[in-house]
Design a protein around this ligand. Sequence first.
Ligand code: NAI
Length: 329
Amino acid sequence: MVKAVVLGAAGGIGQPLSLLLKLNHDITELALYDIVNSQGVAADLAHIDTPAKVTGYLPPNNGLQSALTGAHLILIPAGVPRKPGMTRDDLFKINAGIVKDLAASIAQNAPKAFVLIISNPVNSTVPIFAEVLKKYKVFDPKRLMGVTTLDLVRASTFASEVLGADPREVRVPVIGGHSGVTIIPLLSQAKPSCTFTQDQIETLTNRIQFGGDEVVKAKDGSGSATLSMAHAGARFASRILDATIKKAPGITECCYINLDADEKCGIQIKNTTENLEYFSVSVELGPEGISKIYPIENLSRYEEKLLKDAIPELRGNITKGITFISEDS
Ligand code: NAI
């Protein structure tokens, strides 16, 4: 029995993400929670002829608690998306509060679940989530991941356009954080091995870092990436299920994690990241979550500079998340 839960299931990401999870045959129960319309989305998806039993939950009658109980995997796209005219701080204030409250409920009702955070700003919402779990003494860094898969998906797509290759064949590791200059595509480590000119590297890097802006602009006030994000979230969820349910070996992904996981996984990468507590890195997934962290190595000169430029902003984002919780108590 595998129960997956989506918090924020009626939103722009939540609906297509829930649809893709309903199509995943490894999931036997799908719990959809939102503060509005989750029961409508659940009734609609429940008619699809796949095994997962779908239930919608709203806040009354301990809806959140019921949705979370027995969860194996929880995906969180709850919150507001970036809209033109909105400052990063506006977005932070709203989403930080939402993630904090959801974390408290997960700590009490599903402390062993694997949690995938989609709500932005991921650089700060993952530390917020972790700080709340720490308060409840249930934090396990191997089970909490910020979803940066959309950066990887974009990197494959954009790089394959330049190469004239099939995007399914092109893989580019993306490390660092999940906004603007904190996103560090490692084009020198693209697979299959290929060569880009410096011009192509700089153009591609900028497009991967700011790809979200293309969508916000094109949607012209109606939100940010939802469909590509739903695909990215469902892909990552399916990798987690492969590792934790099917116990498939050798599953590697990049995601944004608390680097304390490295003490348990045996590779010390904090030196490379100037002791940042959170970073997106390439990890191996096993039955208990993150089982191995790959070292950050063999960067090109250009990528080393990207890393150097990313660190101050990422440090600020992490501190902001941690402070949000410490000042709250
Ligand atoms: P949306 O506004 O369409 O949907 C958000 C949903 O969250 C709404 O249905 C809303 O009712 C619900 N919600 C609000 N407060 C809630 C609460 N306390 N509990 C449960 N549900 C609650 O927004 P959209 O476009 O789906 O984006 C969601 C989040 O995902 C945003 O923070 C956005 O910035 C982020 N995002 C993350 C990406 C990533 O790569 N990690 C990519 C794109 C967006």
